[in-house]
Design a protein around this ligand. Structure first.
Ligand code: ZN
Length: 52
């Protein structure tokens, strides 16, 4: 599924376009996630080299 890592200042948010409800779910970290609608997907790791 298409996942777009979004870098904001200080943190990276992961916006996932849900294949189930077609909404956009946001998560604060990568890995196996479950959306609020119950759909399960995996958010891939982005190259986040900023450690704050
Ligand atoms: Zn969903």
């Amino acid at each position: 599924m298409p996942v777009t890592p979004i870098r904001t200042s200080g943190r990276t948010e992961y916006t996932a376009y849900c294949p189930r409800c077609r909404a956009v779910h946001r998560h604060t970290g990568p890995g196996p996630r479950r959306g609020p609608c119950g759909a399960r997907y995996t958010i891939p790791y982005a190259d986040a080299d900023e450690t704050e």
